[in-house]
Design a protein around this ligand. Structure first.
Ligand SMILES: Cc1cc2nc3c(=O)[nH]c(=O)nc-3n(C[C@H](O)[C@H](O)[C@H](O)COP(=O)(O)O)c2cc1C
Length: 203
């Protein structure tokens, strides 16, 4: 009789603890869902570029689109008011001037209400060792304090360069996580690398 009672208590405990785990999983899931409202902010330059020739869709845009497809994140594309449609060698010079002079080129439109997003992916090509200056105009104009910022870049050798520290400088009150870098000439065959990175981050 005593053993039966003990077994009954043990079974009840298993059932209760199972339910609790289930509930806490649900709660975690819900929290994650609430937290996972994400936005991808990116800049990308189509046209003549290093290593990939004359491209119709910019390298970074391809990665931004992978991220949105895989996470459901909304997008805001930073489009410069200034026209960057020029040969690669000319653009290199224009971008160098902008960087040397700490310029803030204007961009088109505005990102709208950011309060609905907890996570902001920020992506761009590396131009002279960091994001293009027009992205710094976005950083200057939009407060991302309290958000989780996920940097990503496409490049041709520099990796993340100083993007992570520049984001930390622009947003001291945000959490800037370690970012993702992929060579521009690898993005078209790099879908699975983006998927792996997102999975590692819990998406
Ligand atoms: C103006 C300019 C400057 C660049 N500077 C760098 C650099 O400093 N380091 C690097 O690895 N790649 C550099 N690149 C290569 C780009 O980062 C690379 O091609 C990137 O994938 C382009 O992305 P997009 O097509 O989205 O603009 C530069 C390209 C341009 C056009």
């Amino acid at each position: 009789m005593k053993i039966k009672t003990l077994l009954a208590i043990l079974m009840a405990m298993v059932v209760v603890s199972g339910c609790t785990a289930q509930n806490s999983n649900n709660t975690t899931k819900q929290n994650n869902n609430m937290k996972s409202k994400a936005l991808v902010v990116f800049f990308s330059h189509a046209g003549e570029n290093y290593s990939v020739g004359n491209i119709e869709v910019g390298n970074t845009k391809i990665v931004a689109d992978y991220i949105s497809e895989m996470t459901g994140a909304d997008q805001f594309e930073i489009v410069c008011e200034k026209d960057y449609d020029m040969p690669y060698m000319k653009l290199i010079e224009v971008a160098k001037q902008e960087a040397n002079n700490d310029e803030y080129p204007a961009y088109k439109g505005s990102v709208g209400d950011l309060s609905q997003y907890d996570t902001i992916f920020i992506g761009g090509p590396i131009w002279w060792g960091t994001y293009p200056r027009v992205m710094f105009t976005f950083f200057r104009d939009n407060d991302l304090s309290g958000k989780t910022i996920v940097p990503f870049v496409t490049h041709e050798g520099s990796g993340l360069a100083s993007t992570v520290s520049d984001l930390k400088g622009a947003y001291p009150k945000a959490t800037v996580v370690q970012g993702f870098a992929i060579a521009g000439h690898d993005v078209r065959s790099g879908r699975n690398r983006v998927e792996k990175w997102l999975k590692e981050m819990g998406y």
